[in-house]
Design a protein around this ligand. Structure first.
Ligand code: AMP
Ligand code: ZN
Length: 313
């Protein structure tokens, strides 16, 4: 929301953007300085990347990851995109098209891989066979195969578009349910481990959805609009809505909630120690076979049982 006569907090020119959670107003040029500055600060503060380093941006085609790719390129990183294609109708087609258009505009490589080909099953089949929520299964498969792709590509780090509002919502959920292990690991960087976790970084962790939307508009980024048709059962949006409510009543609450949580921590959590590699796929894991391979194994069994039943065996 903007008022006529509003002045830029940096240069006093007429402002076009008002960010309540920062108690700041910006004109277009100063929005750019502010946005890049917040990302550069996060990268430095949490030691995410070396200057100019190669990084693999996980590009979904949505506003967050396109903004991330743009700003990392503008800050001088050798940012390549990776997009996991899915087969969820129009939404997936639009996501792929947006990712490709962004790659073309930036003149950067975009690596493509089909999630379902890599998994060997449709996400929906894995969901049915394992009786789990679609988003949990899809998210788990994406993390697993993104890690594998990054290893295959020899990329030193994966950057995702998770932002302040995502992280604050997740923090609220973790605190409410006392997920101590998740709280211990919640940090803008997940270190690499010797057994094969690639380093994960969240350079947008100091910026919220409102700031990202303004940046996307100012740059005219070719974002895929529309919602995943399978996102109905996800619970994270409830926590984000609760945080949004509080932030509307008391601007800055969400930002303070998340950043003070980070400040109160002694530092980054230790690198994950998986202790072994999956005997089927070689991914790092705590147990003999990784969660994803176990899910995929159950899916193969479930399909075989169904096939036999249909054939009357
Ligand atoms: P989401 O959980 O859908 O909000 O996605 C969080 C982040 O994961 C996005 O900002 C992207 O960085 C990454 N991501 C989500 N979907 C994909 C995809 N299909 N391919 C590559 N990266 C993705
Ligand atoms: Zn495995």
């Amino acid at each position: 929301m903007t008022d006529p006569g509003m002045k830029c907090s940096r240069c006093k020119a007429p402002a076009r953007h008002r960010f309540r959670q920062f108690n700041a107003r910006f004109c277009d040029p100063c929005l750019e300085v502010f946005f890049q500055g917040q990302v550069a600060r996060a990268i430095k503060k949490y030691a995410m990347l070396e200057p100019g380093q190669r990084v693999l941006v996980a590009v979904s085609g949505g506003k967050d990851s396109l903004a991330l790719w743009q700003v990392l390129c503008d800050l001088g990183y050798a940012a390549e995109g990776v997009h996991l294609t899915l087969d969820l109708g129009e939404f997936s087609a639009a996501s792929l098209a947006a990712s490709q258009e962004m790659a073309r505009r930036l003149g950067r490589p975009l690596h493509l891989a089909s999630l379902e080909e890599m998994a060997g099953h449709q996400v929906q089949e894995v969901v049915w066979a394992n009786r789990r929520q679609f988003c949990a299964v899809c998210g788990g498969l994406k993390r697993h195969f993104l890690n594998r792709l990054a290893r295959d590509l020899g990329a030193p780090a994966i950057a995702t578009g998770h932002h302040l509002d995502d992280e604050a919502g997740r923090l609220l959920g973790n605190l409410i349910h006392r997920h101590q292990d998740h709280l211990a690991r919640q940090w803008p960087v997940l270190e690499a481990s010797e057994d094969g976790f690639v380093r994960k970084v969240k350079p947008l962790c100091r910026l919220g959805a409102e700031e990202i939307r303004a940046y996307v508009l100012a740059h005219g980024l070719p974002v895929a609009t529309g919602k995943c048709p399978q996102s109905k059962g996800a619970t994270l949006p409830y926590y984000q809505e609760a945080m949004e409510y509080l932030d509307q009543k008391m601007p800055g609450t969400r930002r303070n909630f998340y950043l003070s949580f980070l400040r109160a921590k002694a530092g980054p959590p230790p690198a994950p120690v998986a202790g072994g590699v999956c005997q089927e796929c070689g991914a790092p894991t705590f147990v003999g076979t990784c969660t994803v391979c176990r899910m995929l194994g159950r899916t193969a069994q479930w399909k075989e049982t169904r096939r036999a039943a249909q054939a009357g065996e």
